[in-house]
Design a binder for this molecule. Sequence first.
Ligand SMILES: Nc1ncnc2c1ncn2[C@@H]1O[C@H](COP(=O)(O)OP(=O)(O)OP(=O)(O)O)[C@@H](O)[C@H]1O
Ligand SMILES: [Mg+2]
Length: 212
Amino acid sequence: MIEAMNLSKYFNTTLSLEGVSLSIAQGEKVAILGPNGAGKTTLMRLMLGLYAPTSGHLRIHGFDPFKERSQSVAHISFVPQLSPPIRLSVEALCAYAHQTAKTDIERVATITQRMGMDLAPVRHKAFYTLSGGMRQKLMIALAFARHSPIILLDEPSSNIDPAARRVLIELLEALDGSQTVLMISHRLEELSGIIRRAVTMDLGRIVDDRAL
Ligand SMILES: Nc1ncnc2c1ncn2[C@@H]1O[C@H](COP(=O)(O)OP(=O)(O)OP(=O)(O)O)[C@@H](O)[C@H]1O
Ligand SMILES: [Mg+2]
């Protein structure tokens, strides 16, 4: 369950979110749409507890994601819009994910393989030195190689090739009914059959919320 109540976020005087109220039940599959700068990523980063809201409340399974970050993020897998410049090697990153989130490393390799990326030749490379698409594939694989009640995806297919995009769709289709998906996307048509609700944002506000 994700619950935002009158959530606002300003960066100094820049409005990013204003009065956002949103309730997402466990198992819902939701797309977040809207133009560049609408506040989509900010909403997701608030859910990850990366910022404190300026005002309003946010709860993830009852936890405040900023004040009770460890309890809250334990429920979440996340694929970022831009991969962070992680200096760990691919192998060390996978080991870290296994240690901290019980991520299944064999499944990480299987998923990247399905997306056309062999992990073996890059396993000693620092994550940040991989290409943008390779980083995104690995982030997708890490997110789907554990069973998370909530999966947040911020334009996960922006850098990957069409074949890998189809694999991502298959991964989403294979999720069970109990898993909540929140996916920021500019390609709603690709998600038909998976996404059941579309929330549209503009200028920091929710301007449309409809069942599909
Ligand atoms: N860390 C930050 N510091 C200052 N301003 C920020 C920060 N993050 C976001 N903003 C501002 O908040 C607004 C919303 O940004 P956000 O990244 O949430 O948009 P978005 O809907 O994800 O856009 P896009 O489709 O381009 O990814 C923008 O005006 C942006 O400049
Ligand atoms: Mg964004």
